[in-house]
Design a protein around this ligand. Structure first.
Ligand code: FAD
Length: 335
C-alpha cells in the first residue's frame, strides 16, 4: 500500500487554487493512504475547504514566512511535511512555485522527481504517470521503483477535487528554517486588460502574420488589425495565440502588434495550450504551427488562401474570407 501525500500552498486569501485542487484530486484517485500537506500563512481555512476529501491526515506548516513563494522556505516546509507523513508518493501541482522546488525536495529526501506529469494512475499496486515528450508528440507512460517519488502534475489535466467543506483536524509540523535572504517585495504584471494569455479561456484566438501584410488595396493596416484583435479579445475573453512569423516580425523591424510577444507563440517551438475551441486568423496553418493545436478540440480558420494548411485537414472548418471583414462583423455582433 502506497503512502500518498499531496502538498499544496494557500493563496493570499487562505484558500486553495484550482491547480492545488487538481493535484489533490489526482492523489485521492489513486489507491493508498492519502494525506494532505498544506503550507501557508493561515492553513486552517484551506484544510476546512477540503475537510471531506477523505485524507487520513492534514499536516500543516503555518506562518507568515510560508506565505511567500521562496525556495528556502518552500523546500524546507515540503521536506518536513514529507518526512512527517513518511510519504512514498508526493504529488505537487506543477505551478511555477512548485516547479522551482520539486527537484530540490526530492534531492533532500533522497528520492526522485518527475515534472510535467499529465496523469497519474494505478493498476493494482503499480503507480504510473503519463508525460509528453518531444514537444508533445509522444506520450510516455512510466513508473519508478524509487521512493520517495515526487510527481509534479501539470495544471488543467485532472478535474479539480470536489470535497465537502467542514472543520478539519490538522497536525502542525515544525520546520527549522535556514536564514532567509529572499523577500518578495511586490509583483509586476500587466494589467488584466493587457493580459492576453488566458489558459482557462474556452477559445484560443490565433493571429498570423497576414494581419500585418499588404492587403488587396496595396497597403498594410496594422493599427486596424490591433483594434480588431483587441476588440475581439476584450469581448470574448479568448486567449491570444500567434504564429511564429508574426512574433518574429519585431526582430525584423517591421510593423508589429505591440501586445504580442513570443509568449503568445503556438507551435513546435512555441506552446501547446489546451482550449476546447480554436479560431485561427490570417495564418497559413503550416505543420510547425498546427502541431501546437494538438489539444484544441474544435478548430476553425479564416484565411484568404483556399490552399492553406488549414484546408489540408488541419481545421474542421475553413472560412476562405478576409479576416478583417469577418472580425469587424463579429465584433459588431458581440457589442
Ligand atoms: C524548425 C521550425 C520551427 C517552427 N516553429 C513554429 C512554431 O512554433 N509556431 C509557428 O507558428 N511557426 C513555426 N514555424 C514557422 C512555420 O513553418 C510558418 O512559417 C509560420 O507558422 C507561418 O506563419 P503565418 O501563417 O502567420 O504567416 P504566413 O505564412 O505569412 O501566412 C499568412 C497567411 O495570412 C493569410 N492572409 C493575409 N491577409 C489575410 C486576410 N485579410 N484575411 C485572411 N487571411 C489573410 C495569407 O493568405 C496567408 O495564408 C517553424 C518553422 C521551423 C522551420
Amino acid at each position: 500500500m502506497e503512502n500518498i501525500l499531496v502538498i499544496v500552498h494557500t493563496e493570499a486569501d487562505g484558500a486553495l487554487a484550482k491547480p492545488a485542487l487538481e493535484a489533490l484530486a489526482a492523489g485521492r484517485n489513486i489507491s493508498g493512504t492519502f494525506a494532505v500537506g498544506i503550507i501557508g500563512a493561515d492553513t486552517q481555512k484551506a484544510a476546512n475547504q477540503i475537510a471531506g476529501c477523505g485524507a487520513a491526515k492534514f499536516l500543516t506548516v503555518t506562518g507568515a514566512e510560508f506565505a511567500q513563494p521562496r525556495y528556502a522556505s518552500d523546500a524546507a516546509a515540503a521536506e518536513a511535511v514529507a518526512k512527517a507523513a513518511g510519504a512514498g508518493i508526493i504529488i505537487v501541482p506543477h505551478t511555477s512555485r512548485w516547479g522551482r522546488v520539486a527537484a530540490g525536495i526530492a534531492a533532500r529526501l533522497g528520492g526522485r522527481a518527475d515534472t510535467h506529469a499529465t496523469g497519474i494512475a494505478n493498476a493494482g499496486d503499480k503507480i504510473t504517470i503519463t508525460r509528453w515528450y518531444y514537444r508533445q508528440r509522444m506520450e510516455a507512460q512510466m513508473s519508478r521503483a524509487q521512493r520517495p517519488w515526487l510527481i509534479a502534475l501539470d495544471p488543467g489535466c485532472v478535474a479539480p477535487l470536489a470535497a465537502a467543506a467542514g472543520t478539519a483536524t490538522t497536525t502542525p509540523v515544525t520546520v527549522a528554517l535556514p536564514s532567509l535572504r529572499t523577500q518578495v517585495t511586490g509583483v509586476k504584471a500587466p494589467e488584466a486588460s493587457q493580459q492576453t494569455i488566458r489558459p482557462d479561456a474556452k477559445l484560443l484566438f490565433v493571429a498570423g502574420a497576414g494581419w500585418t501584410k499588404k492587403q488587396p488595396d496595396g497597403a498594410t493596416h496594422v493599427p486596424e488589425a490591433a483594434e480588431l484583435i483587441l476588440g475581439f479579445l476584450n469581448a470574448s475573453k479568448a486567449s491570444l495565440g500567434s504564429s511564429k512569423s508574426l512574433v518574429d516580425l519585431s526582430g525584423e523591424g517591421q510593423a508589429v502588434l505591440p501586445f504580442m510577444s513570443h509568449l503568445n507563440q503556438i507551435g513546435q517551438t512555441g506552446s501547446t495550450p489546451r482550449h476546447p475551441k480554436g479560431l485561427s486568423t490570417c495564418c497559413h496553418g503550416e505543420e510547425p504551427h498546427t502541431v501546437g493545436w494538438r489539444f484544441i478540440n474544435e478548430r476553425r480558420a479564416i484565411s484568404l488562401d483556399p490552399n492553406c494548411g488549414w484546408a489540408r485537414g488541419k481545421a474542421d472548418v475553413l472560412y476562405v474570407a478576409d479576416a478583417f471583414a469577418v472580425m469587424r462583423k463579429i465584433n459588431e455582433i458581440l457589442k
